[in-house]
Design a protein around this ligand. Structure first.
Ligand SMILES: [Zn+2]
Ligand SMILES: [Zn+2]
Length: 294
């Protein structure tokens, strides 16, 4: 249950660990100030909503996860996400405001998102955005290729807004699956919960690599030297390099030319924080792109 219109029920708290880490990045790297400010606002939006999203009841048994793994089909149905329409509208419109304010969203895209936020079709469009990732993997798994026959594909800028706006809802769902031992059954490179692609990873103290979903932030174990985008497992064709302090690492694939960043938790003083580490590694993105990866 959520209160509508009133102040958020969350009690006032000291600044979060993530916000403190973001401010530290800004102090050390003034050139990242704009990105830090943008993400501080996104973080605050997420905190405000996330606290009142109920945990969903996920039906996850060994049998169910084994079946889903065989089909490459993620477990979370769109209908199961605890979406409050008022909160969703708020997230979509305010996320667009934040991106616009920091110059990360063009005028036309901003207008499109704002009208979407007022539209009765919002849930249908979000549903299409959510299902497109899940369905493309399920079809690939049964040999139907990656081509998704969606009538009107959602453009990248709108997808970016929807991804950020849905994060508080999806990450609550991820909390449920993250606790389950059955998650170890999942062998795919896409997310077991929502079907999203990984866009970050973490190396554990046991030297395992866990992929992190770009949509819901679920983490799951995956071969440390296999490219999650094309499954290239030839070590000679994976280029890996680290930041001078050893905190972050890039795995770049010389077959599909994509790359994945990792937080090296083996020598770390704090856990991985996908939003924070995404900002901290913006220079690493530039380095990877300079080498021809995307
Ligand atoms: Zn996910
Ligand atoms: Zn690859």
């Amino acid at each position: 249950m959520t209160e509508q219109g009133g102040p958020p029920p969350r009690p006032a708290r000291a600044e979060s660990r993530e916000a403190a880490e973001l401010r530290a990045i800004k102090a050390d790297h003034p050139e990242l100030a704009e990105a830090v400010d943008l993400h501080l606002e996104i973080l605050e939006l997420h905190r405000r909503i996330q606290g009142r999203v109920p945990l969903p009841a996920l039906d996850v048994t060994e049998e169910i996860l084994t079946r889903h793994n065989g089909e490459g089909r993620p477990v979370l149905k769109f209908e199961t996400i605890p979406l409050d329409l008022t909160d969703l509208r708020l997230m979509v419109r305010q996320t667009a405001d934040v991106l616009r304010r920091h110059g990360a969203l063009e005028d036309a895209d901003y207008q499109e998102v704002q009208s979407l936020g007022r539209d009765m079709k919002l849930v249908a469009v979000v549903g299409q955005w959510y299902r497109s990732a899940a369905e493309s993997h399920a079809m690939a798994a049964v040999g139907m290729g990656h081509g998704s026959p969606q009538p009107a594909a959602i453009g990248a800028p709108v997808s970016q807004v929807l991804g950020l706006a849905m994060r508080p809802f999806l990450s609550r769902c991820a909390e449920v699956l993250q606790q389950r031992a059955e998650l170890a059954i999942w062998t795919h490179a896409h997310c077991a919960l929502c079907g999203g692609e990984p866009d970050f990873s973490v190396i554990t103290p046991a030297a395992e690599r866990h992929l992190i979903c770009s949509r819901c932030t679920l983490r799951w174990k995956f071969e440390p030297l296999t490219c999650p985008y094309c499954r290239n497992a030839d070590r000679a064709r994976i280029t890996s390099f680290a930041t001078p302090d050893g905190r972050y690492r890039v795995y770049a694939c010389d077959v599909c030319h994509r790359y994945l960043k990792a937080y090296d938790g083996r020598r770390a003083s704090r856990p991985v924080m996908p939003l924070v580490d995404g900002v901290a590694t913006l220079p690493l993105d530039a380095a990877a792109m300079q080498r021809g990866y995307s």
